[in-house]
Structure formats: C-alpha cells, structure tokens
Design a protein around this ligand. Structure first.
Ligand SMILES: C[S@@+](CC[C@H](N)C(=O)[O-])C[C@H]1O[C@@H](n2cnc3c(N)ncnc32)[C@H](O)[C@@H]1O
Length: 159
C-alpha cells in the first residue's frame, strides 16, 4: 500500500517557532496569515469564498519527531499522543480551523492561526457546523485540564 501525500501549497504566518504560538486557533487573535495554493490546484478553490471558516491540514515540518506519550500543553501529566493534539506524531499532520478573510486568485487570506510559518499545506476543506460541531460530547482528560495554557512553549521544539 502506498500513501503518496504531496504538498499543495504553503502556509505563511507570523509565528517562526513554537514558543509564543497559540496552541489552537480559538486562542489566536486576528493576526493575519496567508495560504498560497500551488497553481495546478487553484481551480479547486472555486466556491470556497462562501465559507467563513476552513480546515487547513498541513505537515508539522518543525515537529521534533514522534513520541507515543506526551505531556500536552493543557496538562502536567502524560497522555498517549493520539489522545492529544500535540505535533510530535508518527505522521505529524496538523488540523486547524481558521477564519477565511478573502481569496485573491491562488492566495487565501486567513486569520486565527496556530500554524508555524512555512508549513507545507496538504489539504483545505470547508468548516461546516452541521458536520463538524458536536458541542455536547465528552472531551476526555481535557475536561479536567490542569492548566489553562493558550500559548505554546518550547516542549515540542525540534532540537
Ligand atoms: C497543539 S498544536 C495543534 C495544531 C492543530 N490545531 C491540531 O490540532 O492539529 C499547535 C502547536 O503546534 C506547533 N506547530 C504549528 N505548526 C507547526 C509546524 N509546522 N511544525 C511543528 N510544530 C508546529 C505550534 O507550537 C502550535 O502552538
């Protein structure tokens, strides 16, 4: 079985390193960013402008490498990496629901990012509340979160 994933563009943000970057878009401010979609894929952006929010899937290119147990940003204790949103994963794929401000050709102007500058873009999907929002479900260890952290430190910094 092959699994051939190639970048379809690049995400540009003001965040050059993990420390100081929001840990999720919801903790970000209106700081603008940009998504540049490679020309061969630009046609696929048709009709995306009607959506206020989009999912960006990207390669966490500055990931320190996979760890199967991590101390995530919102706790002081270890959890299995698949029970967290930490970037130190076997396939370091990030998933962020950002605000779409406008589209100019193959450039998406976005805000509310938790993404490092230069991250390779893997995919874009519209955020659809009817499909993507389950506000009453359980959220595991996060329900008893031991920290209120909103901004990353350097624990997942590549050395
Ligand atoms: C906790 S992760 C969550 C990322 C995404 N929202 C998710 O849930 O998959 C957010 C942190 O990942 C780090 N990060 C973002 N882009 C990265 C990249 N390209 N390489 C490595 N780390 C990255 C930043 O430190 C950011 O604060």
């Amino acid at each position: 079985m092959t699994c051939d994933v190639q970048p379809i563009g690049t995400i540009y943000s003001p965040f050059g390193e993990p420390a100081g970057t929001p840990i999720q878009p919801v903790f970000s401010d209106d700081t603008p960013g940009r998504v540049e979609v490679l020309a061969p894929y630009a046609e696929g952006l048709a009709d995306l402008d009607g959506f206020d929010r989009i999912w960006l899937l990207y390669w966490c290119h500055q990931s320190p490498g996979a760890k199967l147990r991590v101390v995530p940003y919102r706790d002081t204790q270890e959890h299995g990496v698949f029970a967290t949103r930490a970037p130190a994963r076997p396939n370091p794929i990030g998933l962020s629901c950002v605000r779409l401000l406008r589209i100019e050709g193959n450039i998406l102007h976005v805000s509310e990012l938790d993404i490092l500058d230069g991250s390779p873009l893997l995919d874009i999907k519209p955020y659809v509340p009817e499909f993507d929002s389950f506000p009453t479900v359980r959220s595991g260890w996060l329900a008893a979160k031991r920290t209120e952290r909103e901004i990353a430190d350097d624990r997942f910094h590549r050395i």
